[in-house]
Design a protein around this ligand. Structure first.
Ligand code: ZN
Length: 292
């Protein structure tokens, strides 16, 4: 007898998000402009993430040692790429809004120059550091929430990749993607100043870090520097994929240290058995054949 899918509702909400993000976009006063922004954003985002993931994966393949030891099954590149495309679809549906506003000449909070903003270079730097702290808190608590029984269904896909490749860096379900990237809409407010140069550095830095976090290997120089300021690394995040219940930090490791959610704080946390078994129960591993 077929087992009832415990994540049926989550799957429906995920589908609703995929369709709804475009549906809401079409409510824009200039729907065709919005669609153009959406399409361009999707092509650029997906192309960039795939290209970056491909480069990091090639680099990782040359490494002799993987964090989890030799692969016990082939990497799920295709599955990772499909889930990534869904996340980029949602992300594009969000940033299509500020892009369209800018194209229509409507003022947003995005500025290339600090002139007229009342900000100095120091203010901008402080806000940038504050932005990293805020994004880290947002993603850590989102991730903790997604590991509760009620919400894990939105996070299940990411944990099918126990020994991930960089193609899994952004391989999160549609609802999780919406939750993760929702803060990008803040830029729509003209007073929410986003200074272009630092914003670009943050975005490129976040994307690069995320690709590295899922590479499955370590780079000595990165592992030797980033932990000094509490920024996440591949060695740290890979443990989340092998153990699931620890190391939740996505940008930094501060909250894991504060909350005692690192592997070393939770002695006795066992690695997930192979093949990957998403929480909370082993029986959820099998995807019903109807759900593709
Ligand atoms: Zn997780």
């Amino acid at each position: 007898m077929a087992r009832r899918d415990p994540y049926r509702i989550h799957r429906w909400i995920d589908r609703f998000v995929l369709v709804g993000i475009v549906g809401v976009g079409l409510l824009h006063p200039e729907p065709l402009e919005w669609l153009q922004s959406f399409g361009a954003a999707f092509a650029v985002l997906l192309g960039s993430v795939y290209a970056g993931a491909w480069l990091v994966t090639r680099w990782a393949e040359r490494k002799e040692e993987r964090i989890q030891g030799p692969r016990r099954k082939p990497p799920m590149l295709r599955e990772e790429a499909i889930v990534t495309a869904q996340a980029m679809w949602v992300m594009s549906g969000l940033i299509a809004w500020p892009i369209t506003q800018a194209r229509l000449g409507v003022e947003t909070g995005f500025r290339w120059s600090l002139e007229g903003t009342g900000w100095t270079w120091w203010t901008a730097s402080l806000v940038t550091v504050g932005g990293v702290v805020a994004i880290d808190a947002w993603t850590y608590w989102k991730h903790r929430a997604l590991h509760t029984k009620a919400l894990f269904g939105f996070h299940r896909d990411h944990h099918t990749f126990r020994d991930p490749s960089s193609f899994a860096g952004f391989a999160v379900g549609p609802t999780e993607a919406l939750w993760t990237f929702l803060p990008v809409l803040a830029v729509l407010h003209p007073k929410a100043i986003h200074w272009g140069p630092s914003y670009l550095v943050l975005v490129v830095g976040f994307v690069s870090l995320n690709l590295y976090l899922h590479s499955g290997v370590t780079a000595k120089i990165i592992e030797g520097t980033l932990p000094r300021v509490g920024i996440n690394t591949s060695a740290f995040h890979n443990v989340h994929h092998s153990h699931a219940k620890v190391n939740f930090g996505e940008v930094a490791t501060w909250w894991d240290i504060i909350c005692g959610t690192r592997l070393q704080d939770r002695a006795g946390t066992k690695p997930l058995p192979e093949p990957a078994e998403p929480e909370p129960r082993p029986e959820v591993v099998q995807r019903p054949s109807s759900a593709v």
